[in-house]
Design a binder for this molecule. Structure first.
Ligand code: UGA
Length: 442
């Protein structure tokens, strides 16, 4: 059991704090936002993440997890200090480290005794060294180690990812800090979760390289899906055939309207920038970023062509706005590109997302009409587009949907339905990478 303080009660900080307390550690979550801390003390969770409230409540009741704005006390009490504050991108796409630096200066001012300072937010390579520099220049006598312990949490599955990770990465310069960190993750260690110990810079790169690789994998299957459409192949069979090779793996081979979220777009761009700073190019990732943007435009073209090339005065029902299911996060969601493009072409949009609509309102054009459910969205629409694979869209009453639509047109950007079944039901249905059989030698 360790005494831990987590700076930042945002997405990463909250999940980390709650998860580490569930492992048996004593955790203080500290944030400068008093409203957020007051809310957390009253049991109000500021973000949508399945399972987080239960985890927080359980550990609060067990007195292992507390929330405060008291920075000084949080620093003096902790042996391990996690930095999980925001690193928003600057206008040129780099991570803004202002809040990380602020935490480092606070630690330098108030810390006594040995401290392990851990970066958990995604930070550029060299941040570990920057914190070391701030601490050794301003707190000359302080005994400390800086560790990089990147998170691999997926929004919507963050608790599962934290409690049962594929691996834990610990980047440290000393055995002493690595040992402290293994103690922090003791319950995972006992479960035989692979713990990868390395140096700080390698751990920092592991985070970016992992996200860029996953973004590449998705983009790869999106391009293969586009080819499948042309040659009459089925991308699901292709993905299964490829993914059964253990060297490739089955996951993240699902075509879609282009990846979004707060991580892949930001981290691919940051990796390219970091490489440029050091005189290197990661051309494959640069191309992935371009192809991903093109995929969103391609989806728009697909919708247009399914609607006869002209959407002026036509109504399009859209199911799903979030960048993926189980989150209210709209950041870099395909909807933010596709919907404005369709509106520009003269379409009227009716949209439904049970969770993300609230955030979407602030980001999408005012003309978008928000519906209460899938059926209201389909009513009177000239086509229905599925953009996010929320579970409720997998179980639509298709007969009812068909009777409500003005034209029985469905463009399914997440491949939730079987094309032949949809055809039998009388839909004019299109999805990604499942072309119908055709003569390739005409
Ligand atoms: C991602 C990583 O998966 C996490 O490991 C990482 O910790 C996190 O970024 C982060 O850096 O904090 P997240 O952005 O929450 O997590 O979402 P993913 O589930 O990875 O999905 C990202 C995007 O890719 C979504 O738009 C999703 O629809 C798309 N995607 C994913 C596909 O289009 N196809 C797939 O097969 C998988």
């Amino acid at each position: 059991m360790k005494h831990i303080t987590v700076f930042g009660a945002g997405y990463v900080g909250l999940v980390t704090g709650a998860g580490l307390s569930d492992f048996g550690n004593r955790v203080i979550c500290v944030d400068v936002d008093k409203n957020k801390i007051d809310g957390l003390n009253l049991g109000i969770i500021p973000i949508y993440e399945p399972g987080l409230k239960d985890l927080v409540d359980r550990n609060k009741r067990a007195n292992r997890l507390t929330f405060t704005t008291d920075i000084v006390n949080s620093i003096t009490k902790a042996e391990v200090i996690f930095i999980a504050v925001g690193t928003p991108p600057t206008s040129d796409g780099q991570a803004n480290l202002q809040f990380v630096e602020e935490v480092a200066r606070n630690i330098a001012e108030h810390a006594k005794g040995y401290k392990v300072i851990v970066t958990k937010s995604t930070v550029p390579v060299g941040t570990g060294q920057l914190i070391e520099k701030i601490l050794s220049e301003t707190a000359v006598d302080l005994e400390f180690d800086v560790v990089s312990n990147p998170e691999f949490l997926r929004e919507g599955s963050a608790i599962e990812d934290f409690m049962r990770p594929n691996r834990v990465v610990i980047g440290s310069r000393t055995e002493r800090a690595a040992k402290v960190m293994k103690d922090v993750y003791r319950s995972l260690y006992i479960n035989e979760t692979p713990i990868i110990t390395t140096d700080v810079e390698s751990a920092e790169i592991i985070k970016y390289a992992s996200n860029a690789f996953l973004a590449t994998k998705i983009t790869f299957i999106n391009e293969i899906a586009n080819l499948c459409e042309k040659v009459g192949a089925d991308v699901h069979h292709v993905a299964k055939g490829m993914g059964s090779d253990h060297r490739i793996g089955k996951k993240f081979l699902h075509p879609g309207p282009g990846y979004g979220g707060s991580c892949f777009p930001k981290d691919t761009s940051a990796l390219v920038k970091i490489a440029h700073q050091f005189g290197e190019n990661i051309r494959i990732v640069e191309t992935v970023m371009e192809v991903n943007e093109a995929q969103k435009r391609r989806i728009t073209d697909k919708i247009l062509s399914m609607m006869g090339g002209d959407v002026r005065g036509k109504t399009i029902g859209v199911l799903g706005l979030a960048f993926k299911p189980n989150t209210d996060d709209m950041r870099e969601s395909a909807a933010l590109t596709v919907l404005p493009l369709l509106i520009d072409k003269g379409a009227k949009i009716k949209a439904f997302d049970r969770v993300a609509a609230k955030n979407a309102r602030a980001l999408l054009p005012d003309s978008v009409e928000y519906c209460k459910n899938s059926y209201e969205t389909a009513e009177g629409a000239d086509a229905l587009v599925i953009l996010t694979e929320w579970n409720e869209f997998r179980e639509l009453n298709l007969e009812r949907i068909k009777s409500l639509l003005k034209e029985p047109v469905i463009i399914d950007c997440r491949n939730l339905y079987d094309p032949s079944m949809m055809e039998e039901l009388g839909f004019c249905y299109d999805c990604l990478g499942r072309g119908s059989k055709r003569d390739l030698h005409r």
